[in-house]
Design a protein around this ligand. Structure first.
Ligand code: NG6
Ligand code: CA
Length: 513
C-alpha cells in the first residue's frame, strides 16, 4: 500500500503563491533548451536521414515531429573545434589552439569569452554540461587530485559532470564540478602524454592485457582492458566503467532535469557515442548486428529517447526546445579493431556524401541536425543552410539576450520552421584546413598532403588544384567544376577570402592566386 505523505498547508499556500507570482503574462517563462550532441555520428547513420540498416526510432521521432535539416553543419570535421564553435558562436579557425585536444590540454575557451551557457545563465537559466567535454581543463598543468579549474564552471555552467577529453584518452575518470569523482586521496592520479610511469603496462608492450586490440595510436595506458591515448597512473577507485558510461551520463541528465524543472534550464547533453572505444552496455551488445559501432548508435538513440521521456513525464516537452546534432562526421576504424568495417554490411554512415570525419568533403561536417519543440515548431524538412555555431545568436534571440555575434547568425525562425532563409555562406574546417560552402556550391582551396588518410581510410579533401562542386546536382562531390566554371570559382574565392581574412591556412596562401 502506498504511504500517504501529508503536505502542511503552509507549503501548499507557498506553492500557490509562487506560481501566481512567476506566471504573470508579462513574465512569460522562457523555454528550456536541451542540446543533445552525438560524437562522430554520420549524416547517414540515422533512419530519418535515410539509414535502413540501423534503427534510430527516437531520433527519428524528433525528426518527424520537428524540423529536420538537410544542410545542417558542424563547424569542424573534428571534435574540439566543433564544440568550441557550438559553445562560443565563433569560428574555430579564429583560435589557433582549436584542434583535437590532449587530455592534459588547458581550457580552450577564454573565461572572458561569451558562451551559450553564460548567456543563458544571465537570462535566468540553470545551466549544465553532462558528458564529453574535450575543451581542455585548467591552465596547462593540472593536478588531478585537487580542484580542477578553470573548466566548464568558469565558462557558464552551474553544473558539470564530464569526461575531460574522449573515451580513448586518459584520464579515464569523471569530473564533477572540478573534482574527480570517487577519488581515493591515498591513490593519487598522475597523467602524462609524453612518457609512461615506470612499471605501468601499455598497449604497446603488454598486448596480452588488452581485451580490445589497437589498430593505430591507442597503445599507451591500459584501462579496463582498453589501451588508450596517454599515460595514467593511480586513481583506481575513480576509473569509469566504460560499459556503464551511457547510463551514468543519462542518469545525471535525468537528475538535472528533475531537479531544475521549476525554472528554465539549459542542458548540454554530450553523448560519447559512437566515438571509439565503442563500449555499449551489455543490454545493447548485438542489438544492431553491426558490431559495437552500430550497437553504440542504438544505445545513443535509446538514451535520447529516455531523456525525452523524462521531459514528457514531467510535462516539460512543450516547454523545451531540443536540438539534436553531431560534432563531426563518421569514421569506421578510428584506431581499434572493433568490427566496424567487417560488420558494416550495406549500411552507409556518410549517406550520399563523400569523405567522413577529418574531411573537407561534405561527410566531414554535414551532420544530422534537428530542432524539436512540440506545439511550437512546425514539423517539416528544411534545406536552409545552418551551422551549429548559429545556436548562439538564435538562442539569444529566443531568450532576448543582448550579445555581440559576428560569426553566429540568428537562425531562430529557421529553427522554428517559420523561414527557410538560411545562411548565405559558411566556412568549414577540417584538421586546420578550411573551405567554403555558399549557396549550393562548395569550394575547397588547394592543399598539399595525402588525399586519403590510410589508417582511417577516409578521403580528406586534399588536392593541389582548386575543387568546386555543385551540391545541388552532385551531392557526392564527384565532378570538379573548377576548370569549367571559372566565374563561379572566382566568386567563391572572393567570398572565402572576405570571410577568412588573415586566417587563411599557410599552405592555402601559397597557392592562392
Ligand atoms: C585522433 C585519434 C582518434 C580520435 C580523434 C579525436 C589516434 C591515432 N587517433 O587523434 O582515435 O580520438 O583523435 O576524435 O590517436 S574527436 O572526435 O574527439 O575529434
Ligand atoms: Ca567527434
Amino acid at each position: 500500500m502506498k504511504k500517504l505523505i501529508r503536505t502542511p498547508l503552509i507549503f501548499i499556500l507557498m506553492a500557490m503563491y509562487s506560481c501566481q507570482s512567476t506566471e504573470t503574462p508579462s513574465q512569460e517563462r522562457l523555454p528550456n533548451i536541451v542540446v543533445i550532441y552525438a560524437d562522430d555520428l554520420g549524416y547517414g547513420d540515422v533512419g530519418a536521414y535515410g539509414a535502413t540498416e540501423i534503427k534510430t526510432p527516437n531520433i527519428d521521432r524528433l525528426a518527424m515531429g520537428g524540423q529536420r535539416f538537410t544542410d545542417g553543419y558542424a563547424s569542424s570535421a573534428t571534435c574540439s573545434p566543433s564544440r568550441y564553435a557550438l559553445l562560443t558562436g565563433t569560428y574555430p579557425w579564429r583560435n589557433e589552439n582549436a584542434k583535437i585536444l590532449a587530455g592534459t590540454a588547458p581550457l580552450l575557451i577564454d573565461t572572458a569569452q561569451m558562451t551559450l551557457a553564460k548567456m543563458l545563465r544571465a537570462q535566468g537559466y540553470s545551466t549544465a554540461v553532462i558528458g564529453k567535454w574535450h575543451l581542455g581543463l585548467g591552465n596547462g598543468d593540472v593536478n588531478w587530485n585537487e580542484h580542477i579549474a578553470p573548466g566548464p564552471n568558469e565558462v557558464g555552467f552551474d553544473y558539470a559532470f564530464i569526461m575531460s577529453a574522449t573515451q580513448d584518452r586518459v584520464p579515464t575518470v569523471y569530473i564533477k564540478n572540478g573534482r574527480v569523482v570517487n577519488l581515493d586521496p591515498s591513490d593519487p592520479i598522475m597523467v602524462d602524454y609524453n612518457q609512461n610511469f615506470e612499471g605501468e603496462p601499455t598497449g604497446l608492450d603488454n598486448p596480452e592485457l588488452t581485451t580490445l586490440k589497437w589498430h593505430h595510436g591507442h597503445n599507451n595506458s591500459i584501462v579496463n582492458g582498453i589501451p588508450r591515448i596517454g599515460f595514467m597512473k593511480g586513481g583506481e577507485s575513480a576509473k569509469w566503467n566504460d560499459e556503464e558510461m551511457a547510463d551514468t551520463f543519462l542518469n545525471e541528465a535525468k537528475k538535472f532535469v528533475n531537479e531544475h524543472q521549476d525554472r528554465p534550464f539549459f542542458l548540454y547533453y554530450a553523448l560519447q557515442q559512437p566515438h571509439v572505444p565503442r563500449t555499449p552496455h551489455t543490454r545493447f551488445q548485438g542489438a544492431s548486428g553491426m558490431g559495437p559501432r552500430g550497437d553504440a548508435i542504438v544505445e545513443a538513440d535509446w538514451c535520447l529517447g529516455e531523456l525525452v521521456k523524462t521531459l514528457e513525464d514531467l510535462g516539460l516537452a512543450e516547454h523545451t526546445m531540443i536540438i539534436f546534432s553531431s560534432d563531426n562526421g563518421p569514421v569506421l576504424n578510428d584506431g581499434y579493431y572493433d568490427d566496424a568495417i567487417e560488420k558494416l554490411g550495406k549500411h552507409t554512415p556518410s549517406g550520399p556524401l563523400r569523405g567522413g570525419k577529418y574531411s573537407l568533403f561534405q561527410a566531414g561536417t554535414r551532420v544530422p541536425f534537428i530542432s524539436y519543440w512540440p506545439g511550437n515548431i512546425e514539423p517539416g524538412v528544411s534545406n536552409a543552410l545552418i551551422s551549429q555555431m548559429d545556436l548562439m545568436a538564435s538562442f539569444a534571440s529566443l531568450t532576448k539576450a543582448n550579445i555581440d555575434a559576428t560569426d553566429s547568425k540568428n537562425m531562430l525562425d529557421v529553427l522554428m520552421g517559420k523561414s527557410d532563409a538560411g545562411r548565405e555562406a559558411l566556412i568549414l574546417e577540417a584538421t586546420s584546413r578550411t573551405a567554403l560552402r555558399k549557396g549550393n556550391w562548395m569550394m575547397i582551396p588547394p592543399y598539399i598532403g595525402p588525399a586519403i588518410v590510410h589508417d582511417v581510410n577516409i578521403e580528406i579533401g586534399n588536392d593541389q588544384q582548386y575543387q568546386l562542386y555543385n551540391l545541388e546536382e552532385d551531392i557526392g562531390e564527384q565532378h570538379n567544376l573548377a576548370a569549367s566554371d571559372s566565374a563561379m570559382l572566382k566568386d567563391m574565392i572572393a567570398t572565402y577570402k572576405e570571410i577568412i581574412g588573415d586566417n587563411q591556412p599557410e599552405i592555402e596562401q601559397l597557392e592562392l592566386k
